[in-house]
Design a protein around this ligand. Structure first.
Ligand SMILES: [Cu+2]
Length: 168
């Protein structure tokens, strides 16, 4: 009798163990699938914006150059442009030119909010990309790729035409 009872107990605990293992494995598989899907969505969804008139105003030597463009949002909620990078420059910052008491100076901005169905101009006297630490020769007529980065992690690479000093 004792031996039979022992056998039943082993059988029951064996079933419980198998079920627990299976449940754990199912949960893990589901989680892995979800993580993969999230990563893919982030990677493939481009930001709903259009960029036009992308240009860089060339300056000699290693002087910081300004990047200008017009960006239009097609999103239904506000987007936030938070930065930019380029293989041609060691550092790219979001700047804004401001005039205080008749004196113009530049300041760094953490980001620029793009309202739905609106355009924001990056232009002389206002917002611009400050392109610093050239990593390669940059000359007028060339195009340099600059990647715009948004707060949700989305990125958009745009080719900026390099215009001469007089080219605004
Ligand atoms: Cu600047």
């Amino acid at each position: 009798m004792r031996r039979i009872l022992f056998g039943v107990l082993v059988l029951v605990s064996g079933i419980v163990a198998a079920q627990t293992a299976q449940t754990a494995q199912t949960a893990q598989t589901a989680q892995t699938a979800q993580t993969t899907q999230t990563a893919q969505t982030t990677q493939t969804a481009p930001p709903p914006v259009t960029v036009s008139q992308a240009r860089v105003r060339w300056l000699p030597g290693d002087l910081p150059m300004a990047g200008y463009f017009e960006i239009t949002s097609h999103a239904t909620r506000p987007l936030r442009l938070v930065g930019a990078t380029s293989p041609a420059f060691g550092m790219v910052m979001l700047h804004r030119s401001v005039e205080e008491a008749g004196v113009s100076h530049m300041e760094h901005v953490d980001g620029v909010t793009l309202d739905p169905a609106r355009s924001v101009m990056f232009a002389p006297g206002g917002y611009h990309l400050m392109l610093m630490q050239r990593r390669q020769d940059v000359h007028a007529g060339q195009e340099v790729p600059i990647t715009l980065r948004f707060s949700d992690g989305a990125t958009l690479t745009v080719r900026f035409r390099v215009a001469g000093v007089e080219g605004q």
